[in-house]
Design a protein around this ligand. Structure first.
Ligand code: SF4
Length: 272
């Protein structure tokens, strides 16, 4: 059988499995939408409520992280009003301050090819703790029409109860920007500075010199703090011409390619 190999662990059959991205009819179920303070998950929550809210219970949940831009909180409140439901918080009881900086300090590492400890502690374990007290039959995330493979990978690796709401509706990330703006909601400020997502500022999952110099340009104190902490921990966060270097070795003039969006997400490869 021909397969598509993912991360040496999961093989998606190419010919025996044809994904449909259809949405099931549901009644009396609980659907949890994970809202990341990005536009895609905001629209995913809105569409889920429109599609399923009448006959099902919808929970919209956010994992707060202290290192996100403070305007994310304003965006969350605006989205909450738009949705007409309370956005709940899922946190890890081991890290009540929800601080990625604290996680790096305690875990003594910031990032590796397998992910970042802040994702694991503040997103993944926070989710497990939330799910331990909130029964949920289905999940929705902000995977857009261009992210079918991510959806399939997550279905194959971790959860088969994921509803492809945005993919089924054919909504791209650009569409989501339009829908949020048409609703009269100001985008999270961080997008206006050309950051590709509303994740934390100075996220160790990015190795792009372009990204780190954008952080240095707009948030010099955060850049300096990341440089100091990563030097202390021994983590070379940035890659220049194929070689990993410390942030304090990065020239302000160095540029890489376009900054790619990356996942923080709740499933630790990993949302917008
Ligand atoms: S966005 Fe980056 S820094 Fe923030 S929790 Fe996710 S991986 Fe960590």
């Amino acid at each position: 059988m021909n397969t598509l190999k993912q991360n040496n662990s999961v093989q998606l059959p190419l010919f025996d499995y044809v994904p449909t991205f259809e949405l099931p009819r549901l009644t009396n179920k609980t659907i949890t939408v994970w809202f990341s303070c990005g536009v895609a998950s905001a629209v995913a929550a809105k569409k889920t409520i429109e599609l399923y809210g009448k006959n099902n219970k919808i929970l919209v949940v956010n994992n707060p992280v202290k290192e996100e831009h403070e305007d994310n909180k304003r965006f969350l409140l605006d989205v909450q009003e738009w949705l007409g439901v309370e956005i709940l918080s899922a946190t890890n009881s081991k890290y009540p301050n929800c601080s990625a900086v604290e996680v790096w300090e305690k875990e003594k590492f910031m990032s590796s090819p397998h992910g970042a400890p802040c994702t694991a502690q503040l997103k993944k374990i926070a989710r497990y703790q939330f799910e331990a007290t909130h029964l949920s039959h289905y999940l929705v995330m902000g995977f857009t029409a261009e992210e079918r493979l991510r959806h399939l990978r997550l279905m194959a690796e971790e959860r088969d109860d994921l509803l492809p709401v945005l993919i089924n509706l054919g909504l791209s990330k650009e569409d989501c920007f339009g829908i949020v703006m048409d609703a009269g909601i100001k985008l999270p400020y961080i997008y206006l500075l050309n950051f590709p997502n509303a994740n934390c500022i100075g996220c160790p999952k990015s190795e792009s010199p372009t990204y780190w110099n954008l952080v240095r340009q707009h948030f010099p104190e955060i850049y300096a703090a990341r440089a100091k902490q990563s030097r202390k921990i021994g983590c070379k966060l940035v890659k220049v011409k194929g070689e990993r270097i410390f942030l304090d070795e990065l020239s302000p003039e160095t540029k890489g390619g376009k900054i790619k969006s990356w996942d923080c997400g709740i499933f630790c490869d990993v949302a917008e």
